[in-house]
Design a protein around this ligand. Structure first.
Ligand SMILES: [Zn+2]
Length: 718
């Protein structure tokens, strides 16, 4: 294979596993009816036009696009005598391309229910669940754990496929309901001693236990498939679709928690297809994958199209930064094109995406064996998403994560995203600052790691209910952050609409850059807090200024603020060698909701306070430029990504703007580690050398003349 590279220390026969190379993947989803249009040579040529190294093509599951010998595995309508896998895979291999076959276990022909009634999901009344003429299958059943094993083993062994990509391996597939089949009921009762609850009720501990069980059961199936594929072909991989932080209404009932999959996947991958979300969704996902699997290859989809309009191309101004964030955070991109064989199609983005993927090929040495240079980590907690977020996971939790993400993006502070299940003292040791955006639910091990991190010199920045609950959502008897600050929580104040934070300590580091104001806006809920000895309280609460309790507006004549309270909105204090910054309000979520620049600045300042003199990168650019640092042994690479701006319509559907406005004259300042020296600095888009200036203080400055969509400032070290 052209893309299989012998390892330097190998004997000549030992080869590095193909998936550990940088890859550019095409996901070519066929619709039933496309089969006569498929030409193996044309498929391979098409993948090459995108500088692809691998592609994914339909295999089996709901329908087979090959001549399956498995009884009851229905062949696609228009397949006829053809066998697409037999035609395409050898052709691809001759060209050095790897091929993954797509499967889908989510439903099967209803006629199979006569012989295998236990393969199918059941509703509360014990009835089968119909979707598009098929019945939904149960992830605990013999269909997932037996029939799908037969199918993937047939594909991998008969056709020499290089792997399997799975779609919709989940409970409640296609937005159906909880499975109440006898298998599920029996398994859950054995674990919990209870029947599966009839209704979602987050006050019910059995419901929370059931929720956790679903995640574990899907992970058990991923483990089954991974083992089944490796049993017949060691050099084949299994990847299953999953995502983070968006579409919670389907991924939570589906039972998708990638944390439990890591050890059962050779390549860890996220879908990133939805567009009615923030433009930085690829960034948070790629950072999260790097956090849970820093030593594994990581892949992520990028859709050619809009959600729900699979033939309409998404705009170049969105797709360029979408792909750039994946690369900058260490993920390989898969371009998903659906309906490309259709005569009726939107071809406008084909050429731009070919250009972007050609650049990824040219840049692949900047991608190989990199690791993040971030000094800051944001903690993401699925326990909090569910057991605190409950019926309103976005409002109660995710908006805090989103708000802090945006604040750090605007402050140009590179950061990683870690899972609360994967932190310990060793994992945290490389960071200076850990951010807990309303990370309410943490298990004891995470709390211990955080406490040790602060004692050892780290700064924890936390908002609102952070660390106050255990993993399952029960209030802790001891509040860890109050203990670190030496203070105490008081009452919870709610609905503080038209309240303010009062600038009580103008010179405090958290309030730098605010300018000539005594107030910043506040809203929502706040936890009263009595500061500990030596704590600093730069911002205090001015209670709501309203006409009367419950009014949405104040009377102008009576809107004068007579004074502030001493109730902290934010405070900070030392503990051991480190520091804790605690926002008692929901400043991150408020920033996300309202976009008040002051709030983002204060959130950013809290992190800069923690970095202090150790800060290793400063970028002077507009707030919509995203910054990330990746390192190789003799190279530091600062990624600059230009986000689209300028949407003047309020559709309520999507955030991204329409225009990529080039940015001129971005100053990048890097603080060298002890012993590092810079030999040369280049802009990777042109490979032009940029003049650099080395100060006596260990800082190196360069000016990047122009940023279009994505630039890598490459510091070659001597
Ligand atoms: Zn079931």
């Amino acid at each position: 294979m052209a893309n299989t590279v012998a390892t330097a220390e190998g004997t000549g026969t030992q080869q590095q596993q193909w998936w550990k190379q940088p890859h550019r993947v095409l996901l070519l989803n066929l619709r039933e009816g496309d089969e006569p249009l498929v030409d193996a040579k044309a498929v391979v040529e098409d993948v090459k036009r995108y500088s692809g190294t691998a592609f994914c093509i339909n295999g089996g599951g709901i329908v087979a696009f090959y001549q399956t010998r498995i009884k009851g595995h229905r062949r696609s309508e228009a397949l006829g005598e053809r066998d697409l896998l037999a035609e395409i895979i050898p052709e691809a291999h001759r060209s050095g391309l790897r091929v993954l076959a797509r499967i889908d276990p989510s439903c099967a022909p209803s006629e199979l229910a006569a012989e295998h009634p236990d393969w199918f999901a059941r509703d509360r009344e014990g009835q089968y669940i119909d979707v598009s003429g098929n019945y939904v299958t149960c992830p605990n059943s013999g269909y997932y754990h037996g029939r799908m094993v037969e199918i993937v083993q047939e594909i991998v062994s008969t056709y020499d496929a290089d792997g399997i990509w799975n779609n919709q391996g989940k409970f409640a597939a296609w937005d159906t309901d909880v499975c109440y089949c006898a298998t599920c009921q029996g398994m859950f009762r054995q674990l919990a001693g209870h029947a599966i609850p009839e209704e979602e009720d987050w006050d019910n501990p059995v419901w929370r236990q059931f929720n956790e069980w679903r995640y574990r059961r899907i992970a058990a199936w991923v483990q089954t498939m991974h083992a089944a594929i490796h049993a017949v072909k060691k050099e084949a991989i299994f990847i299953s679709a999953i995502q983070l932080a968006e579409s919670l209404e389907t991924i939570r009932p589906g039972g998708w928690d990638v944390d439990y999959w890591v050890e059962h996947q050779d390549v860890i991958a996220f879908e990133c297809q939805r567009r009615n979300t923030a433009p930085w969704w690829p960034g948070i996902q790629a950072k999260y994958l790097a956090g849970i699997a820093p030593d594994k290859p990581r892949w992520m989809t990028v859709s050619y199209f809009y959600p729900w309009w699979r033939l309409t191309a998404s705009p170049e101004a969105e797709n360029r930064p979408w792909v750039a964030q994946q690369f900058a955070n260490g993920s390989n991109s898969w371009l998903h094109i659906n309906g490309g064989l259709s005569k009726i199609f939107d071809r406008r983005m084909l050429a731009p995406m070919q250009e972007v993927f050609a650049r990824l090929e040219r840049w692949q040495e900047y991608f190989r064996d990199t690791h993040s240079g971030a000094q800051v980590a944001v903690l993401f907690s699925r326990y909090t998403q569910d057991n605190y977020g409950r019926g309103d996971p976005y409002g109660r939790y995710m908006d805090a994560v989103r708000g802090y993400y945006c604040a750090l993006l605007e402050a140009h502070v590179p950061f990683d995203v870690l899972s609360d299940k994967f932190i310990d003292a060793a994992r945290l040791a490389r960071y200076r600052v850990l951010v807990l955006p309303n990370t309410a639910c943490l298990d004891d091990a995470a709390v211990a790691a955080i406490t040790a991190f602060v004692a050892g010199g780290g700064t924890v920045v936390a908002t609102y209910d952070a660390a106050r609950y255990d993993a399952m959502g029960e209030l802790r008897a001891e509040a860890p952050l109050a203990a670190l600050l030496g203070g105490q929580y008081g009452e919870r104040r709610r609905k503080l609409q038209s309240s303010y934070g009062y600038v009580a300590e103008r010179g405090d580091a958290l309030l730098q850059g605010l300018g000539d104001t005594d107030v910043v806006p506040n809203d929502g809920d706040l936890l009263e807090f009595t500061p500990g000895p030596g704590n600093t309280v730069p911002l205090t609460l001015i209670p709501p200024v309203t006409a009367h309790s419950g009014a949405t507006i104040s009377i102008p004549e009576y809107s004068a603020v007579k004074g502030a309270t001493d109730i902290p909105v934010v405070l900070h204090g030392r503990h051991g060698q480190g520091r804790v910054v605690l926002f008692t309000n929901r400043m991150d979520a408020l920033f996300y909701k309202y976009g008040f620049a002051d709030l983002g600045r204060i959130l950013g300042n809290a992190v800069l306070l923690g970095l202090g003199e150790q800060r290793a990168l400063v970028v002077e650019a507009p707030d919509y430029v995203d910054v990330m640092e990746q390192r190789q042994p003799r190279r530091r690479m600062v990624h600059l990504i230009n986000f689209a701006i300028g949407k003047h319509l309020s559709t309520g559907w999507r955030h991204p703007g329409r225009n990529l406005v080039p940015v001129d004259g971005i100053v990048v300042r890097v603080r060298l580690d002890a012993g590092q020296q810079v030999r040369e600095v280049r802009a990777a888009t042109s490979e032009v050398v940029l003049p650099h200036h080395t100060g006596g203080d260990g800082w190196v400055d360069v000016t990047v003349p122009r940023l279009d969509d994505h630039e890598i400032v490459v510091f070659e070290l001597a």
